[in-house]
Design a protein around this ligand. Sequence first.
Ligand SMILES: Cc1cc2nc3c(=O)[nH]c(=O)nc-3n(C[C@H](O)[C@H](O)[C@H](O)COP(=O)(O)OP(=O)(O)OC[C@H]3O[C@@H](n4cnc5c(N)ncnc54)[C@H](O)[C@@H]3O)c2cc1C
Ligand code: HEM
Length: 397
Amino acid sequence: MLTDRQRDLIKATVPLLESGGEALTTHFYQGMFARYPQVKTLFNQTHQAAGTQPRALANSVLMYARNIDRLENLGPLAAQIVNKHVALQILPEHYPIVGECLLRAMREVLGAEIATDEVIDAWGAAYQQLADILIGAEAQVYDALAAAPGGWRGGRAFRVARKQVESREITSFYLVPVDGGAVLRHQPGQYIGLRLNVDGQDLRRNYSLSAAADGRGLRISVKREPGGVASGFLHERVHEGDELEVFPPAGEFVLREGDGPVAFVSGGVGITPTLAMAEVALQAGRPVTFIHYARNAQVHAFGEQLRQWRERFPQLKAWVVYEDGQPEGAEPATPPDALGRPTREQLQAWLPDTDTLHAYVLGPKPFMAQVKRDLRALGVADARSHHEFFGPAEALA
Ligand SMILES: Cc1cc2nc3c(=O)[nH]c(=O)nc-3n(C[C@H](O)[C@H](O)[C@H](O)COP(=O)(O)OP(=O)(O)OC[C@H]3O[C@@H](n4cnc5c(N)ncnc54)[C@H](O)[C@@H]3O)c2cc1C
Ligand code: HEM
């Protein structure tokens, strides 16, 4: 329990975190990876290079300091962190390492005059309080995942039963457990963690489940990133019959229950979780608007699945847009409904009445920023407009 004096010291640190939080967390990660190489493999080093993970951590520490008197305000942020941690198997024994390195970084970056022993002690107590909250919440999720029918704890071996090319860039992997047991029914929109060994390098990556739960297996659909270590490995070196280590599903970008209308607006590989959500919504008879932007016919994935859905589900309204236009001589099986960049006019024309509509948006950051802005202007309140990042959460402003 923090004392009043400790709370005041934490609150006094807020301006420093507002201006220098990212420098602090960047220094923290560098120090932690140098001192504890065993935790480096848990982190996606591309997110370190891009600065998105240090920024996400700085933002969460700042939010924590600001809300030190009202921790219940942390709800949504804590849920996001817990889900990400669970899908990457962050465990209680990792927390003292982060705590030690964070306090060390504070001393080194802020200097002895600001980071006095009293300030560091207050932050040590505050870190422990937050760590206890996260460890407790994560333990509950781990226990629930292990206890659920078809659930498991930690890594479970899955065999690649089928590898299906979906476009020039995206390939699906159909995974079934090697033990032949049942598979936990994930919520549509959730993602798994994969632990890969690429030429001796231990890597963890998240992939959204791109099909509704069937109790027997899981499907992920992976875009091959230029120079991408994990996606390149999966595309080129993982074949049907090979085994992959899978952490159980997590994530809170999930289809909200109900029977009201839903819209999915995706760009590129951002289509993956929306496929699972749309499948469940369609099977439940909900009115579904599915809008997908691909660069062109070559990289457009799941066109055939959408065609089948259009035939099967009369309550589906679907639109596909090719942003680069359509190259000569590349007539796709199903022609696009429009060409060019996303516009507000398209959403206005294609969305149903927005009064009760829930919208789910996933794509590159500028795409999501624009679509969310347009949704708001068209009457989809922020509480009904959901999005997710394929990486650490960032501000969309
Ligand atoms: C919740 C969640 C769900 C996801 N779902 C999916 C999904 O359904 N499908 C999917 O395909 N992906 C998904 N992802 C993304 C996925 O986890 C990986 O990030 C993605 O596959 C790229 O990993 P990689 O190892 O191939 O690429 P990385 O090796 O991490 O590289 C990514 C890109 O960054 C570049 N890069 C690497 N290092 C640097 C550097 N130092 N400086 C500049 N550029 C650099 C690389 O050349 C490459 O183009 C999801 C991510 C999250 C968090
Ligand atoms: C109080 C302690 C902690 C806080 C406040 C915290 C906060 C965060 C935040 C904000 C994110 C980004 C979530 C998102 O936007 O998706 C994150 C992700 C992550 N955290 Fe933590 N975390 C803590 C402890 C730990 C510990 C102990 C570890 C393990 C050593 C850890 C490992 C990770 C990893 C691997 C990711 C994903 C990183 C990536 O994708 O690059 N965290 N954490």
